[in-house]
Design a protein around this ligand. Structure first.
Ligand code: F6P
Length: 446
């Protein structure tokens, strides 16, 4: 593995005493300042001694005793990019409250429609205040609006400099964080001291170096309820199969966790694990056996699963504005293939197809996510005040930490088909290996 550089860049020295009132100046105080030397291990260490002491670490998040300058003279900007996710408004609220109440920042701009609001002819920004964000957490979505896609970096930087922004908070997925890194680099090239802080947002839970992304808890709760609904439907009709399609472009976290949270799914299909349809011991064989023995079945499928069943021509890369490959509709395909299969056997089945994708994404945050969003937002503000830049705040191994954007943009998080989450899914559903024994995920189940 390449040597890990987890160092965080800073825009200037910190010599200005923080205006924070609740933190103490020594270790006996109830709330301590963090130092950059407070670290967490990137990988869980199994051995102690020298190996433990030299293992790579992340800087811990939290308030610093000295910051870059007088916050009352600073201007902050906040923007949200990409698809919706429960908790976006909570993060915006947390940023505004911390900037204003904790540090005394007087001017906070809400950029409209993501990066599109930074280029000429974009919408004018909204002025955000504790008063106008006070109750936004009750609603899903983002009060700022969002969009996909990159915009011209020098033009965006010029807009932010014209607005006299010193602190920039960018909430979005891995593509958005790549954009944040480009902005941070351009500010550096121009020698402009602007702190650029990323906040990871993904309903798919697929950003690197994040324990679990905000909104995911909410997503699983809602999706699990729909899996229960599908089960009720499937059990209430003769020879009935409930199919639930959830989001998950390249990662099957929502599908797997919703199945585990409901405990009503018999099959989970995810992008990380290919499956056979018609072959012996493939999905259709399994469904036949399940209907014969139990008269009903529930399938949870992630949108990116089974793309291998669409044929070679469909491989032509159609991408969305964020550059993500757009997948074919596996939910529709499954329903069609299942229907055809049982009709050919002259013993048709009933199919109930439920697609809660956008309902999951547009919900307001659960209590767990709400707490998480506020803590992430406050960590982001503390980092910006300490002049950190080109970094993302995250919760890693249960601790809030600073992750360099260069590390975040190197890949996407996926379910390990040989790991314990997928094993638990197989154990809990009782689903067999559906890929002709070719896949390492095959496990004996009881
Ligand atoms: O943001 C991730 C995601 O929710 C994916 O799961 C999904 O493929 C995609 O966004 C769909 O978003 P939209 O319909 O807004 O382009």
């Amino acid at each position: 593995m390449d040597k890990i550089d987890s160092s965080i860049s800073v825009i200037s020295d910190c010599t200005y005493p923080t205006p924070l009132k609740f933190a103490g100046r020594d270790s006996t105080a109830a709330i301590r300042y963090r130092r950059d030397s407070d670290r967490i291990h990137i990988f869980p260490c199994s051995r102690g001694g020298e190996e433990h002491a030299t293992a790579p670490t992340f800087e811990r998040a939290g308030p610093r005793e000295f910051i870059t300058g007088d916050p009352s003279r600073m201007t902050a900007a906040i923007l949200t990019c990409g698809g919706l996710c429960p908790g976006l408004n909570d993060v915006i609220r947390g940023l505004v409250m911390s900037l204003s109440h904790h540090y005394g920042v007087k001017k906070i701009l809400g950029v409209r429609y993501g990066y599109a609001g930074l280029v000429p002819n974009g919408h004018s920004p909204l002025e955000l205040t504790p008063e106008n964000v006070d109750d936004i957490h009750r609603d899903g979505g983002t009060i700022l609006g969002t969009s996909r896609g990159r915009q011209d970096v020098p033009a965006s930087v010029q807009t932010l400099l014209d607005w006299k922004v010193n602190l920039l908070f960018i909430i979005g997925g891995d593509g958005t964080q790549r954009g944040a890194l480009e902005l941070a680099e351009e500010f550096k090239r121009l020698d402009a001291p602007v702190a650029v802080i990323g906040i990871p947002k993904t309903i798919d839970n697929d950003i690197m170096w994040v324990d679990q992304s905000f909104g995911f808890d909410t997503a699983v709760q809602i999706a699990a309820r729909v899996v229960n609904d599908a089960h009720v439907e499937a059990k209430s009709a003769e020879r009935c199969i409930g199919v639930v399609k959830v989001m998950g472009r390249d990662s099957g976290f929502i599908a797997s966790n919703a199945a585990l949270a409901s405990l009503e799914a018999n099959v989970v299909l995810i992008p990380e694990v290919p499956f056979s349809l018609h072959e012996t011991d493939g999905l259709l064989d399994f469904l036949e056996q399940r209907i014969r023995e139990n008269d009903h079945a529930v399938i949870v499928v992630a949108e990116g699963a089974g793309q291998e069943h669409f044929g070679k021509n469909s491989d032509a890369a159609i991408t969305d504005a964020s550059g993500n490959k757009q997948h074919q509709d596996i939910g529709d395909l499954l329903c069609e293939k299942i229907q055809q299969h049982f009709e050919l056997k002259q013993h048709p089945v009933n199919i109930k197809y439920l697609d809660p994708s956008y309902s999951v994404r547009s919900a307001s945050a659960s209590s767990t996510d709400r707490i998480y969003c506020t803590r992430l937002a406050h960590s982001a503000v503390h980092a910006a005040m300490a002049g950190k830049t080109g970094m993302m705040v995250s919760r890693w191994s249960g601790c809030f930490a600073h992750i360099p954007l260069g590390m975040v943009t190197r890949g996407r998080r996926k379910i390990d088909p040989t790991g314990s989450l997928w094993r638990t899914v197989l154990e809990a559903t009782g689903q067999p290996c559906l890929s002709n024994g070719a896949h390492p995920a095959q496990q004996p189940h009881s």
